[in-house]
Design a protein. Structure first.
Length: 339
């Protein structure tokens, strides 16, 4: 008798559990898929702050009575991997909206965009100033990931990024991203992070340039700052490559200007006396890093230089390049074309 009664109780409890489970499943399914706002449903404006976690968003929606359960919202958003895709912004949501429609709206909501242009030859500092002026983020935050140029004498170390982009694999430890931020015009979200923007620039470098020897990239960055025209770049590339071959100093102003942060067309005696590997008047060979972010034309010039008989060159105030076979010819060009 006891055994029969016990079996009945177990059976009864099992039926109740199944019924409760069915009700629970039905409730969840209704909340996610079938719930529809009535025609006269009240709409509410909800502002999701930048950086809010999915749990904070769920709590906000529950407080506004737009979802019945913060936990259910969090579970559903995570189950469809939407927890990292919900954008910050202001949304209008009708009461009675099911979770699927709500998350779809939060995930695909239009975000304001803006155009960001990186000009050929710009340095990390130039890029940081431009992005900060546009209100995207601070220069300090940019340098924290991209690294600081030597002109700022900063201590920030760049993010590795090496595992993401094969062309960064040979970058010296602690080196900045100078040279790898490809000049172009980019469309970015107004709330883009530093990492978002850097990834766009680096991905474009990978697509347009790919893997390139560090020495070639450094030389391309020098060409970008020294001469303007495509043909001049190919001629000057050949001159500088031949100087490197015989151990002759490059003697270019742009490397010292990069170090000091100046843009002087004529270096002073004090600047020429600076003891730094960026002083290519005192130190033969290439400087330690790229001195800017070269465009594709300068990179192509290094890869395909134009043989010529010249050893010297200078650029006048109008941008015209004058070449000399000997140092005497170069001195005459300086007297004639430079103030």
């Amino acid at each position: 008798m006891i055994t029969h009664r016990l079996k009945f109780i177990i059976f009864f409890l099992g039926v109740l559990a199944l019924m409760a489970g069915a009700v629970g499943i039905g409730f969840v399914a209704n909340e996610i898929y079938f719930l529809r706002p009535p025609l006269d449903a009240e709409t509410m404006t909800v502002t999701i702050p930048r950086g809010a976690t999915v749990r904070e968003i769920g709590r906000l929606l529950e407080d506004r009575k737009l979802v019945s359960s913060e936990r259910l919202f969090v579970w559903y958003a995570r189950s469809r991997r939407a927890d990292r895709k919900i954008a910050a912004g202001t949304f209008t949501i009708a009461q009675g909206t099911n979770l699927r429609a709500m998350v779809d709206s939060l995930e695909s909501a239009a975000r304001s965009e803006r155009l960001v242009t990186v000009i050929e030859g710009w340095t990390l500092r130039d890029i940081a100033v431009s992005l900060e002026a546009q209100g995207l983020f601070s220069g300090h935050d940019f340098f924290a990931l991209a690294g600081e140029p030597p002109s700022l004498l900063g201590q920030a170390q760049p993010a590795a990024f090496k595992g993401w982009y094969p062309f960064l694999a040979g970058r010296p430890e602690g080196a900045t991203l100078e040279g790898f931020l490809f000049p172009d015009t980019y469309r970015v979200f107004a709330d883009a992070s530093v990492s978002d923007v850097l990834e766009k620039l680096l991905s474009n470098f990978g697509a347009k340039v790919g893997t390139i020897a560090r020495d070639q990239l450094i030389l391309a960055s020098i060409l970008e700052r020294e001469v303007r025209g495509d043909e001049d770049r190919r001629l000057v590339a050949d001159i500088l490559l031949r100087r490197l071959e015989i151990g002759m100093p490059l003697q270019v102003d742009s490397t010292l200007n990069y170090l000091t942060g100046a843009k002087s067309p004529a270096l002073s005696l004090e600047e020429l006396a600076i003891d730094s590997p960026y002083n290519t008047y005192r130190y033969p060979g290439l400087p330690p890093s790229p001195i800017g972010n070269p465009g594709l034309s300068s990179i192509k010039a290094v890869l395909n230089p134009q043989p010529n008989p010249y050893w010297y060159f200078l650029t006048d105030s109008g941008g015209t390049v004058h070449y000399g076979r000997t140092f005497d010819e170069h001195k005459r060009n300086k007297e004639q074309y430079l103030p």
